[in-house]
Design a protein around this ligand. Sequence first.
Ligand code: SAM
Length: 201
Amino acid sequence: MSARIGDNSAAQRNKEPIFDALVEHLAHARDVLEVGAGDATHARYAVERLPHCVWQSSEAPGHYRRLVAALADRSEQNLPRPLALDVRAAWPAGPYDAVFGANVAHIMDWTAVEALFSGAARVLRPAGRLCLYGPFLRRGKPPETGNAAFDAALRDRDPAMGLREIEALDALGEPLCLSRVADIAMPSDNRLLIWQKAADR
Ligand SMILES: C[S@@+](CC[C@H](N)C(=O)[O-])C[C@H]1O[C@@H](n2cnc3c(N)ncnc32)[C@H](O)[C@@H]1O
């Protein structure tokens, strides 16, 4: 189980299917903010697959130095120096065309998930997109075997962590004018969920 918490090999495996989908969904994006960017595996790959985007990675202050070190050899204009960002604290002004996070919603406590949605809604341009990759639950549906075990192991480790229900995330987005526009199946029972901000906000 613990191998799925911040495990770089997981990011190496999932980056290709994630970006195979994002090339379509972020075809018109330019400014992207990544939250909880970990060791920059997705950020490094993002600028290969989405060279039209400026990929602004960020991490919570406790893990920020690791992210900076992981990008120390990179100086491209579309891969700027990471930002220290705890989603529960002050966000950069933006605006961004997309906010991306991989395997973050089940690690953050619910207050942070709420802050992730409200922060994203604030910094996204009209029609901007919030894209979250990871394992999720569906209300009223039994989880896949691997996800059930992972959820139980996370909650055992910290009751504030755990897989999130897609419906609960949709409910967070609704008052913020973030409507889900995609739910894409990914390998190993993961999903890529995309919410779009209203075009007139
Ligand atoms: C499982 S790791 C995923 C890392 C990377 N995105 C990946 O896929 O390899 C979860 C990440 O969420 C970040 N995180 C947890 N709480 C956070 C918060 N309140 N604000 C910003 N990032 C947070 C952690 O620092 C950690 O890097």
